[in-house]
Design a protein around this ligand. Structure first.
Ligand SMILES: Nc1ncnc2c1ncn2[C@@H]1O[C@H](COP(=O)(O)OP(=O)(O)OP(=O)(O)O)[C@@H](O)[C@H]1O
Length: 466
């Protein structure tokens, strides 16, 4: 009989093991266990710091599978430290150090990781001794003693994966401190993201197939995870080009340039929605002055609404009470070479319309806008007032379908309540948050940020978006 204490069974590690770093969106990495190194190291390229001094973050790209560099995962994490690290070849470099939960077999622990380019190394990760706990033992002659994972997880794109890492978000806007932007900034920061405003008109672009970039204040912009386009009507043409450029860079944009263009072109939007059988006020459009009478007949005669195609906030929307005034108005607009459409007047809507705020395929808030006394236009900018409203099933369905047809992740769908069901007036691609949040008391800005978290891709394939 000996007096030996019986030690608990150790958690064995081979000299190579599979590690998962779920915080970073890396479900499988083959790591080399290296007791000669103190801190663990992870392969990282395009390492870009972002965020404030108080909350420094770092964003980098990781190619987890050494045999398939087309798989890239964009990772980001809070910076814990910046340290000079000497690697096994004697080379000292200043590295960002982050912390992340590491899962090896059944064990999950928080470890420190330094970021460095390991492209030429056999292993994308080095598991240093600070990650090896007291109950672990390394068996240098054995491999993969813990659960074996596979790089095939990166090939299945997880549609429902929601980003949990800190995101770098940009808002394209000309008025950074307005209500909508202030609220989105609050909502993003409260979820740990970094969000910056970018003046749309100050962006300029280097357009080339090899390396698309957006320049700003003298230098190329770093990579954003997501862009929120808040493009004013007067900047539609240029703003769409800027949004397209971000798309070319592989950035997730909340509403693509194409969808913004479709929704802003009132005629095209009408045609698309009509093709899908959505209810809309009967609308007519013609080029020749000879067709004025026919146009009016098509929309049921007078009263009729005449709308300038470029109109916003109710400006350029006129109600012609009689046939005579409608004809005169149409002729006047034609004389000015203006583009306009003529629409059936939905009288029973009684100066009220409904705005359904649709985010990621769901109505997250709805309000009714009522025109000021003596006006038929319910726009708040025309003195209209707002209150919350409950949508009928049919209205809800119509709003969701309209957003889907125009492929808008965020939209304000304007609907008239008519005797023959909901009639869609228009779909707004940069809907303001103030009216809807005040009328409903809901956190619409939070819903917009959640939509971004749900849509920023977790795994990219080089050469294709998402
Ligand atoms: N066909 C119609 N029948 C009845 N009321 C209408 C009709 N068209 C427009 N209106 C009223 O006029 C308002 C402004 O119309 P519309 O939304 O088409 O204009 P807009 O200038 O494009 O406004 P927005 O800033 O919302 O884009 C609507 O909110 C609605 O109250």
């Amino acid at each position: 009989m000996t007096n030996e204490t019986i030690l608990p069974p150790k958690f064995p590690l081979g000299w190579e093991e599979w590690v998962a770093l779920p915080d970073l969106g890396l479900p499988a990495i083959k790591a080399k266990v290296d007791t000669g190194a103190k801190t663990s190291a992870l392969h990282a390229v395009r390492v870009e710091p972002f965020g404030s001094e108080a909350k420094p973050q770092v964003r980098f790209i990781m190619h987890p599978d050494p045999s398939d560099p087309s798989i890239e995962v964009v990772c980001s994490a809070r910076v814990k430290d910046k340290r000079a690290v000497t690697s096994s070849n004697g080379h000292t470099e200043l590295r960002y150090v982050i912390e992340a939960m590491a899962k090896i077999g059944e064990k999950t622990q928080l470890i420190e990781i330094s970021l460095t380019n390991r492209e030429t190394m056999g292993y994308r990760m080095l598991l240093g001794r600070s990650a090896i706990q007291d109950d672990m033992s390394v068996r240098p002659t054995e491999s993969f003693l813990q659960e074996q994972l596979s790089y095939s997880v990166y090939k299945k794109r997880r549609k429902s994966a929601v980003q949990q890492r800190p995101l770098r978000i940009g808002i394209l806007t000309q008025s950074p401190s307005n209500y909508s932007n202030t609220r989105m900034i609050e909502a993003a920061e409260s979820r740990g993201h970094t969000i910056e405003t970018i003046y749309t008109s100050r962006c300029y672009m280097a357009i080339n197939g090899h390396k698309p970039e957006v320049h700003y204040r003298g230098k190329p912009l770093d990579r954003y995870d997501a862009i929120i386009p808040r493009i004013g009507a007067s900047l539609t043409f240029y703003g769409m080009a800027v949004v397209r450029q971000f798309e070319a860079m592989g950035v997730y944009v909340l509403n693509t340039a194409d969808s913004i263009g479709k929704s802003r072109d009132k005629l095209l939007a009408h045609q698309l929605l009509a093709q899908h059988g959505l209810g809309m006020p009967t609308t007519a459009f013609a080029k020749s002055a000879r067709d004025t009478k026919d146009i009016l007949d098509l929309v049921g005669g007078s009263p009729a609404v005449v709308k300038l195609l470029e109109s916003t906030q109710g400006r350029g929307v006129v109600l012609a009470e009689t046939r005579k005034s409608a004809s005169a108005l149409i002729d006047a607009f034609r004389g000015l070479n203006a583009h306009f459409l003529v629409q059936e007047f939905v009288k029973e809507a009684a100066g009220s319309d409904i705005r359904a705020f649709v985010v990621n395929g769901k109505v997250v808030g709805s309000m009714m806008r009522t025109a000021a006394e003596g006006d038929f236009r319910s726009n708040v900018h025309q003195g209209g007032s707002v209150k919350t409203v409950k949508l009928s099933k049919e209205e809800r369905r119509a709003a969701i379908r309209a957003a889907k047809i125009l492929r808008l992740d965020v939209s304000g769908v304007d609907i008239l309540r008519s005797d023959s069901g909901p009639k869609i007036l228009e779909v707004n691609s940069s809907p303001g948050l103030e009216g809807i949040e005040k009328a409903t008391g809901k956190d619409i800005a939070g819903a917009v940020i959640e939509c971004i978290e749900a849509n920023v891709p977790t795994i990219y394939r080089v050469g294709q978006k998402g």
